[in-house]
Design a protein around this ligand. Structure first.
Ligand SMILES: Cc1cc2nc3c(=O)[nH]c(=O)nc-3n(C[C@H](O)[C@H](O)[C@H](O)COP(=O)(O)O)c2cc1C
Length: 375
């Protein structure tokens, strides 16, 4: 709890790093990762759309931009129109994005993902949010922890062998090396929202009986292996984050006690420095909440579970009011806020929020070109 009357949201934040130097963000506003489904040729390469989209958000004053879910291999992309991080052309296009983001004083994170049974989707088509893209539209046969379909409308997956799992772990590490070469400051591993790592963590979807399924220890194994492989491939001077669905909102699924245990282990023993708290996305349930700050309590619970560590905890979900974000930070619920849809509506959300919270003009993080906008 702070007693300083200056904005906490617009105070700097240091993400810890294994080498002890830490990585400073100019403020505590984080762009939440949001797929744009805007790749032109189904080749995983960022386009001018990505440059203008992330460029506007960087100019709008965010401290850290988390670039959308990016496939660690072609089969792991959520859709044929997703970004990838598995070849040189993709790496070069990421470098262009990162360079512009840095020129605006913001830091850049990339969310590395394997979508498992939710890969090859068609989420860009209005009214057909879920389900597999047909093969003739660029879809592909997916792989997963089991040979079952992950949800209505998705094709059954090919069950991953031990070798197949090891290949994915090594693809995460290779993507981390490319992310470093592209200039990213931070990696966020996607372990939320029903994709491969979440599929492996939850007893609702992981029915394997080998060392990757069954007990909690076994269900945690793939995520631990991915974190270890990425940490080993990623410099000790750079922070490593993870996004987690803190609960499945379903009896018998993940709950916040289980995910708190996992986060404590990953922070204390496996080099995770930043935890971004979300929920759900694995199975459809009417219990999934929405509304202003709908994950705030979960964020605060994970933050408490990590109180004896130096990890930074952020939370996402329905945060659009600057005053609400400020209150969440001032009362110590979390260290930073991730902003999703509010940033689509207004890419200059931080500039607006800073003005509303009384941050002096000269400290407003907006691009100088926009200082006369009278926020
Ligand atoms: C168009 C769209 C794309 C999204 N893509 C991703 C993604 O790539 N990775 C991810 O973790 N979450 C993704 N999300 C979820 C958001 O990051 C965020 O968690 C969610 O929208 C709730 O936060 P909000 O209320 O601030 O929007 C997406 C959401 C939207 C609306």
């Amino acid at each position: 709890m702070t007693t300083d009357n200056r904005s906490t949201l617009f105070s700097p934040l240091t993400l810890p790093t294994p080498d002890g130097t830490g990585f400073a963000l100019r403020n505590r506003t984080i762009l939440s990762p949001m797929c744009q489904y805007a790749v032109d040729r189904q080749d995983g390469v960022a386009t001018d759309w990505h440059l203008q989209h992330y460029g506007a958000v960087a100019a709008g004053g965010f401290g850290l931009l988390t670039i959308e879910s990016t496939g660690v291999n072609a089969a792991g992309r959520i859709s044929p129109r997703d970004l990838g991080m598995y070849n040189e052309t993709q790496e070069a296009a990421h470098r262009r994005l990162v360079s512009f983001i840095h020129s605006q004083g913001a830091a850049a994170a990339v969310q590395l993902n394997h979508a498992g049974g939710r890969a090859s989707g068609k989420p860009w088509l209005p009214g057909t949010h879920g389900g597999s893209a047909p093969l003739e539209d660029g879809g592909w046969q997916t792989v997963g922890m089991t040979d079952q379909s992950i949800a209505k409308g998705y094709r059954p997956t090919t069950k991953l062998s031990k070798d197949g799992i090891e290949q994915i772990v090594s693809d995460f590490a290779a993507a981390a090396r490319r992310a470093d070469a592209a200039g990213y400051d931070v990696i966020q591993i996607h372990a939320a929202h029903g994709y491969l790592l979440h599929q492996s963590l939850s007893p609702l979807t992981n029915t394997r009986d080998d060392k990757y399924g069954g007990t909690e220890e076994n269900r945690f194994r793939l995520t631990r292996e991915v974190v270890d492989a990425v940490r080993a491939a990623w410099p000790d001077s750079k922070p490593l984050g993870i996004r987690i669905s803190a609960t499945d909102w379903v009896a018998g699924g993940l709950d916040v006690d289980v995910t708190s245990r996992l986060m404590r282990d990953l922070v204390k023993n496996h080099g995770i420095n930043w935890v971004d708290v979300s929920s759900g996305g694995l199975v459809s349930t009417p219990l999934q909440p929405s509304g202003p700050g709908f994950h705030a309590v979960l964020g605060a619970q994970i933050k408490r579970a990590l109180a004896d560590t130096d990890a930074v905890v952020s939370v996402v979900g329905g945060i659009s009011s600057p005053e609400q974000a400020e209150t969440m930070l001032r009362t110590g619920q979390v260290d930073a806020v991730s902003i999703g849809r509010a940033a689509m509506r207004n890419p200059h959300w931080p500039a607006m929020a800073a003005a509303r919270l009384g941050v002096p003009c000269e400290d407003n993080p907006a691009a100088p070109q926009y200082w006369r906008a009278e926020w």
